[in-house]
Design a protein around this ligand. Structure first.
Ligand code: PLP
Length: 370
């Protein structure tokens, strides 16, 4: 029972998780595109299998540690979707892992890394599977799709004998700047259009085989079907969170996770209380700050997930400071906090309590480290 768990604990509601996973998988299938969900949000092999209805289908990872653990569990087609560091250690780990699975694709957006891969492959006799990372407007990583240099790099990759060119990969992280569904829909159109235009440029140079891989939870959630792409890689949708519910990716009832916390100090005279979930339990993500600057560090609910008129105004390492509009909860009260950013909050915990109708039914351990 939730009253018996140690606090803070990370709770995953299994029916909601199953529903979120099925909905996105069905949409990909109905759209006729490959489904390669990201596992970075949960880093748990159990949830990876739920994303694929019980099988070990294609996945996207954000660390080589995730790739290694998922490969050990039987996942055989993995894309490591962070540009690979061209260091000896990373090249060796990627090559060792690639030899154990059907396909490990890595991501590059520079000639420097392409040369490092080619040199390593030249002296070790392996061939790396590679995607070119393309910037569709987020401006975090990736090549400029309008630049002739980007086309030249893609052509170098496609013609290289030391790497196998898989195609073009982009992530519309700027969908997180949107305030509503209409803005997200515009970003979704840019995300897919950008890779199709880039692929047409390659095609005019004689390169016809380039997969178009897209995916972010906001864009993947608001479209009715996927078009103009070959595969999709959303990740956060398994859990969703307060941020996604605020910008319209999902309803608040779709959020599958919460942090169980206990009130450890109560000060009705100043309308405040503290809980034992601080920054090391919730993360210090500001959430939908661009929509509501007073949003606070998560949504405070009772054990039945009914929203309370209480805001998390500040976090220190192990304290969360609550400001209550009305009733200040007394010491010992248990609360559930819907996190602002479930990926970062999940990463704070070394185990997840799996719940069904407030009953703990299992415990899963995620991958940690890099
Ligand atoms: N692909 C890449 C390269 C990413 O970096 C991410 C997330 O950061 C995703 C896919 C999944 O996006 P989301 O977390 O919005 O589901």
């Amino acid at each position: 029972m939730l009253t018996d768990l140690s606090t803070p604990s990370f709770l995953v509601d299994r029916p909601t998780l199953n529903r979120n996973c099925a909905r996105m998988r069905d949409k990909a299938q109905a759209s006729g595109v490959a489904f390669r969900p990201h596992v970075k949000t949960h880093k748990s092999v159990e949830i990876g299998r739920i994303q694929h209805a019980g099988s070990t289908g294609p996945i996207t990872v954000s660390t080589l540690a995730e790739a290694e653990v998922f490969a050990k569990d039987g996942f055989r087609d993995i894309t490591y979707a962070v540009p690979l560091a061209p260091s000896r250690e990373k090249l060796e780990r990627a090559a060792t892992l690639a030899a154990r699975v059907e396909r490990l694709s890595v991501l590059i957006d520079s000639d420097t890394t392409l040369r490092a891969l080619e040199e390593y492959a030249g002296s070790h006799g392996n061939v790396f599977d590679v995607f070119l990372k393309v910037d569709c407007g987020y401006h975090r990583a990736g090549v400029d799709p309008e630049s002739p240099d980007s086309v030249q790099l893609a052509l170098r990759m496609a013609r290289s004998e030391r790497v196998r060119f898989q195609g073009l990969l982009t992530h519309a992280g700027h969908s997180y700047n949107a305030r509503d569904i209409e803005e997200v829909r515009r970003v979704a159109a840019e995300e897919a259009g950008c890779l199709s235009r880039f692929r047409a440029l390659l095609s005019s140079e004689g390169i016809d085989e380039a997969r178009r891989s897209i995916g972010s939870t906001p864009t993947a959630s608001v479209v009715d079907r996927f078009s103009d792409c070959d595969e999709v890689r959303p990740g956060n949708y398994v859990f969703y969170d307060a941020f996604q519910a605020t910008i319209g990716s999902c309803a608040l009832e779709d959020v599958a996770v919460s942090v169980l916390a206990t009130v450890i100090g109560s000060y009705p005279e100043r309308g405040e209380a503290i809980i034992d979930a601080g920054a090391l339990a919730l993360s210090k993500d500001l959430g939908p700050h661009h929509v509501d600057s007073g949003f606070g560090y998560g949504i405070v609910c009772d054990l039945d997930l009914q929203r309370l008129p209480i805001r998390i105004a500040a976090l220190s390492q192990e304290h969360g400071k609550l400001i209550a509009d009305a009733h200040v909860p007394p010491v010992g009260t248990r609360l559930r906090i819907i996190p602002n950013h479930s990926c970062l909050t999940a990463a704070m915990f070394d185990r997840y309590a799996i719940v069904e109708r407030k009953k703990v039914v299992d415990e899963w351990r995620p991958v940690r480290g890099w």
